[in-house]
Design a protein around this ligand. Structure first.
Ligand code: FES
Length: 350
C-alpha cells in the first residue's frame, strides 16, 4: 500500500507515502539525511527509529536502520518518528604548524594553528595536507591534560617507516609549515546516550578515543563509561595520564600491551581480550588498527550493541603498524556462548 504516512525527522514533519525509503521521503520533504552510497553499503545513513512502522530491509541494529534501504510502512501508530545526528558542514581551512612534540620514540603530537576555527565533533577526522606532501586523514584530539584552544587542531601521529608524510614530522615538517585542512568527516563521534559507552582503541586510535571519552565524562558524567586502550610496544603507551583523568572521574579505564614484556600497569594482550561482555544496551566506539576494529564490530554485532568504527587504514590514516589479524574476538565469542563473563587475560594474546 502506498498511502500517505506521517513522517517526523528530527522534530520536523514531512509528507511521505508508505513504500518510500526513509531517505527518499526525507529528500522529497527537503530534509537531507547524511548519505553516500545509497545502496546499503557504507552505513552513513543510519537513523534511529523512535516510533512508527518501518520495513527495515534487514538493516536493523538496535533501534537503528539504514535510511537508504528501510521503507515506510502503513501501521497502527499515527506517525513514524526518526532521528539522525546532525554533523558540522565540511569546510576548508588554512593554518600552520605551531609545534611538533615527541610523545614517544614513535609518536609525535602535532599542533596546527588555524586562521579560522574548524568545528568538528569529538571522534571525527579531518584531511590534512602539509604543504608539498600528499593528504592524510587524522583525528583531532586533546593533549593528555585535556588542553586545546578553539583555533588549534592537535593530532597524535605515528611515524611510519617509509611513509610519505609522517617520517618528516619534526624534521622537514616543523613549526611554521603551511597546512590545509578539510573536514570534518566520519560518524564515529560522541553522541549523548543512556546506555553504557565502551571506547576501545589501539595505537594512535587513542586520539579519537580520548576525544570521545573526555567528551562523555564532561557532557554526561553519570553515564557508565569503559575505556580500553592498548599499544603493542610498552614505550608507546602514552595515554596513561589521560586514563588516570578518566579513572579519577569514575570511568573504568584499562591499559593493555600486546607486545613482549608488558609493564606492570598494563594487562597483557590486545584490547579485544579485555573488553567487558557487551550487551544490546551498549554503544561501542572502536578506533585504531583495522583488524582490532573489525573484531570489536563483530563482538558488538553478536551482542546487538550499537557500534561506531574508525579503522585506521595505512596511508590514509596513521596506524600502529601492528595490524595483524586479531583473533581475540573468537575467544570472546566463545566466552559469550559459555556464559563466562571474565574480562581478565590469563595469557598473552599473540
Ligand atoms: S547511504 Fe550508504 S548505507 Fe545508506
Amino acid at each position: 500500500m502506498a498511502g500517505p504516512v506521517a513522517l517526523v525527522i528530527n522534530g520536523r514533519r514531512v509528507a511521505a507515502r508508505a513504500g518510500q525509503t526513509l531517505l527518499d521521503a526525507a529528500l522529497a520533504g527537503g530534509q537531507v539525511i547524511p548519505h553516500d552510497c545509497a545502496t546499503g553499503q557504507c552505513d552513513t545513513c543510519r537513523v534511529r527509529v523512535h516510533a512508527g512502522t518501518v520495513d527495515d530491509a534487514g538493516t536493523r541494529l538496535g533501534d537503528t536502520v539504514l535510511a537508504c534501504r528501510a521503507r515506510l510502512a502503513a501501521g497502527t501508530e499515527p506517525e513514524t518518528v526518526i532521528e539522525f545526528d546532525e554533523v558540522p558542514d565540511t569546510v576548508r581551512r588554512r593554518g600552520s604548524i605551531e609545534s611538533v612534540v615527541a610523545l614517544t620514540p614513535d609518536i609525535v603530537e602535532v599542533t596546527v594553528a588555524l586562521r579560522k576555527r574548524l568545528v568538528y565533533l569529538p571522534g571525527q577526522y579531518v584531511r590534512v595536507t602539509f604543504a608539498g606532501l600528499p593528504p592524510r586523514d587524522y583525528s583531532p584530539t586533546l593533549r593528555a591534560d585535556g588542553s586545546g584552544e578553539l583555533n588549534e587542531l592537535i593530532f597524535q601521529i605515528r611515524r611510519q617507516d617509509g611513509g610519505a608524510v609522517s617520517p618528516h614530522l619534526g624534521r622537514r615538517i616543523g613549526a611554521g609549515h603551511a597546512v590545509t585542512i578539510e573536514g570534518p568527516f566520519g560518524h564515529a563521534f560522541h553522541r549523548l546516550g543512556r546506555g553504557r559507552l565502551v571506547v576501545v582503541s589501539s595505537g594512535v586510535g587513542w586520539a579519537p578515543a580520548w576525544a570521545v571519552a573526555r567528551a562523555s565524562r564532561l557532557r554526561e558524567p553519570q553515564r557508565d563509561l569503559v575505556v580500553v586502550a592498548g599499544g603493542r610496544h610498552p614505550h608507546n603507551l602514552y595515554m596513561r595520564p589521560a586514563l588516570d583523568w578518566l579513572r579519577d572521574r569514575g570511568a573504568s579505564a584499562i591499559l593493555t600491551c600486546s607486545g613482549e614484556a608488558p609493564p606492570a600497569d598494563a594487562r597483557p594482550g590486545r584490547p579485544t581480550l579485555h573488553l567487558p561482555m557487551l550487551t544490546a544496551a551498549d554503544t561501542v566506539l572502536a578506533a585504531g588498527a583495522p583488524g582490532m576494529v573489525a573484531a570489536v564490530q563483530f563482538l558488538a554485532a553478536v551482542a546487538g550493541a550499537t557500534c561506531h568504527a574508525d579503522p585506521f587504514h595505512p596511508a590514509g590514516r596513521s596506524t600502529d603498524a601492528d595490524d595483524v589479524p586479531d583473533t581475540n574476538f573468537i575467544r570472546r565469542f566463545l566466552q559469550r556462548l559459555s556464559g563466562n563473563r571474565s574480562t581478565q587475560a590469563d595469557s598473552p594474546a599473540e
